[in-house]
Design a protein around this ligand. Structure first.
Ligand SMILES: [Zn+2]
Length: 653
């Protein structure tokens, strides 16, 4: 519908060096006690790497999760076998090649602190130390972390930081400091289980510690260099669907485990709505002596760039801090693959058909009793994967973004929320009045928000879990075991119904738009069906028919599709087709399953503003098997492809 041009131009104006970058290298070096840190670090080898790979930035661990540094710290802990200042060598090599140096730092996990200063480490509910999890409610912040960050700023002046480990491995903390401060702040007794009355308040108190810490961390860095760009690994996607702290300049996370490319894709489609640039970081190896197969890396790179992301290749130096020559060569090979695609990626903007909404308050309520500090979303990864397999190009929005920016899809899905704030309700109404369609499911009608029944044209009556059969076009009568929400029809039309005419899918016309309601949480795992995705497809084909989509594709379900557009140097549409097949990559190379060796010829149909001047398959400027324009649509038959294909429609102005 609208565009995010404003967001793109904002990031350019701030001089964010990361925005123009495309390919980054990360060297991960969590130094252990028996390693010879720096012994084999060789500036000539790093020069060869940078000459060959030509990355846009390089990062190295300054302090890893063991607590040991790769530089001569006076604040923290040098490893027992210390040879050279690795940070200086990498930083100088970056400067010589005129690229930014990024300091990886782990302010969240620290084995040395856990073992030597356990009072700064988190405790679990049973009074046991959590594994390498720093508690930000202790003097560790002022006495160790921030002084060390200052030290690195003063010694090396990094252009950016990659802050790791601040929450994904962290659980609610029950150390003495936390319990004492909670009592003082709230007057409540700390909980002794997730069922205790004070649990929610206690968990929020813990989550706030994280928010305050990451804010303070960025402030401290920016006091020394306001232009320094910081990423907080894994932050501000599904598990923290709230507005990012303003001190952070890009999104990043290492996605190697779990190595599920559908998960990467969903996260990128979430980050793509937030106005900051982002990347996917994955390992280039399966184990110390085994490089990751190129097919798999091509999938990971393709998923990132087809969703507007950059690629951050992660390698590990040897235990004596040298690089492997075969790994250096591999970084060069990745570079060639990426650079041939970069012109079609640069400043391209997503044109999704579907927008999926995640409401932060609902997410936190749903995951409240889980003791992980910020648990993953229950439904969003599933929805993202389902839409991908149906070839529906989607974006994912947090509710703060709904309030502040455009919705680019013509269908907005709100699946089974527990809470709908009034501000969101107002925006949904506005969206429908501008011609959008909203699909609400399951518990949406039960939310305590004024106007929801009138908005949907159906009213919540009760919840039931009895089996109900539904007649779905093309599928016959299906017995469903989903939780069922009984509703009373108002002015909505019943489109599909179960036995005794109970509403299953309803539609209310609302000016130029429409509001749909589906009485089951349709994106939950199975609902007792052997093919739940077929039911989802049937519903989505009714709610957003192919004729109303910007793009339709005939391809195997494991081909992911995305549509992006560029304004310059030419106005063009880029359709990405990505081969997502193959299994997950387990830790240390277990469970690796190769992707299918090829994507068959696919037929795509794209709604366009005018007839394209030409249509090519990129990179390489190849001719498609066939293309034709008629009535505002271009139909293209691609050729056979391997992992990633771009169909580029170039318009004459
Ligand atoms: Zn604590």
């Amino acid at each position: 519908m609208c565009t995010n041009k404003k967001q793109n131009s904002e990031s350019k104006e701030t001089g964010n060096w990361y925005t123009k970058g495309f390919y980054f290298l990360h060297y991960d070096h969590h130094v252990r006690e028996d390693w010879d840190m720096g012994k084999d670090t060789d500036p000539d080898q790093i020069r060869r790497l940078l000459d060959l790979a030509r990355p846009d930035a390089i990062s190295l661990i300054t302090k890893g999760n063991t607590g040991y540094t790769t530089y001569p710290t006076k604040v923290g802990f040098r490893p027992p076998h210390y040879y050279k200042d690795m940070v200086k060598i990498y930083r100088d090599a970056a400067a010589e090649h005129n690229i930014p140096f990024i300091a990886y730092y782990n302010p969240g996990r620290d084995k040395y602190i856990m073992e030597h200063k356990p009072e700064w480490n988190k405790m679990d509910i049973n009074g046991k130390l959590q594994d390498r999890a720093i508690c930000y409610n202790t003097p560790v912040v002022e006495e160790y972390l921030l002084p060390q960050v200052d030290e690195i700023m003063d010694l090396y002046h990094p252009a950016g930081w990659w802050m790791d480990g601040t929450f994904p491995h962290h659980y609610v903390c029950f150390c003495e400091e936390c319990k004492k401060d909670f009592r003082k702040q709230t007057g409540l007794e700390p909980p002794d289980s997730p069922r205790s009355e004070s649990w929610s308040a206690y968990k929020k108190f813990n989550q706030d510690q994280w928010r305050q810490f990451v804010h303070k961390l960025a402030e401290r860095i920016h006091a020394k260099d306001p232009d320094c760009l910081i990423a907080c690994a894994a932050a501000w996607y599904y598990s923290i669907p709230e507005k990012p702290d303003p001190g952070y300049g890009f999104f990043s996370h290492d996605f190697s485990w779990p190595g599920n490319v559908y998960f990467h894709s969903g996260v990128l489609r979430f980050w793509d709505t937030q106005g900051l640039p982002y990347d996917v970081m994955t390992t280039t190896f399966l184990s110390a002596d085994k490089l990751k197969p190129f097919d798999r890396l091509a999938q990971e790179m393709a998923v990132s760039l087809s969703n507007g992301g950059r690629f951050y290749a992660w390698d590990n130096p040897s235990p004596s801090s040298g690089l492997y020559d075969s790994h250096i060569d591999y970084m060069g090979r990745l570079s060639s693959w990426l650079r041939s695609r970069q012109p079609y990626w640069q400043d391209a903007e997503s044109m999704p058909d579907v927008s999926v909404l995640e409401i932060a308050e609902s997410h936190y309520l749903r995951t409240d009793t889980i003791s992980a500090l910020f648990p993953n979303s229950r439904d969003i990864p599933k929805i993202a994967k389902t839409l991908s397999m149906l070839h529906m190009h989607a974006e994912i929005l947090a509710d703060w973004r709904l309030l502040e920016g455009p919705v680019r899809g013509s269908l907005l899905i709100l699946n089974d929320p527990l809470v709908i704030p009034d501000s969101v309700m107002y925006k949904l109404d506005e969206y429908v009045n501008r011609g959008g369609s909203v699909l609400l499911t399951a518990g949406a009608l039960k939310c305590d928000v004024s106007g929801i029944a009138e908005f949907a044209g159906v009213e919540y009556v009760s919840e039931a879990s009895q089996k109900v059969s539904v007649n779905v076009p093309g599928m016959g009568t299906l017995p469903l075991q989903y939780k069922w929400y009984n509703v009373r029809p108002g002015d909505a039309e019943i489109i599909l119904s179960g036995e005794k005419n109970v509403p299953f899918l309803t539609r209310k016309e609302a000016g130029p738009g429409a509001v749909w309601y589906c009485a089951v949480p349709m994106f939950e795992e199975s609902g007792g069906l052997s093919h739940p995705d077929a039911l989802r497809k049937a519903i989505l084909d009714i709610v957003l028919p192919e004729s109303e989509r910007r793009i339709n594709v005939k391809a195997p379900e494991w081909v992911e599709v995305s549509l992006r557009k560029q304004e310059s140097p030419n106005k063009r549409y880029i359709v990405h087709l990505v081969n997502m097949s193959g299994g997950r990559v387990g830790a240390r190379g277990s469970e690796y399953i190769s992707p299918n060796p090829s994507m068959p010829v696919c037929t795509i149909s794209v709604r366009v503003p005018q007839k394209p001047a030409f249509v090519t398959l990129e990179p390489g400027g190849r001719e498609p098997e066939y293309w034709e324009y008629s009535d505002g649509n271009v139909v293209v038959r691609t050729g056979e492809a391997h992992i990633h294909e771009m169909v580029v429609l170039t318009f004459s102005d």
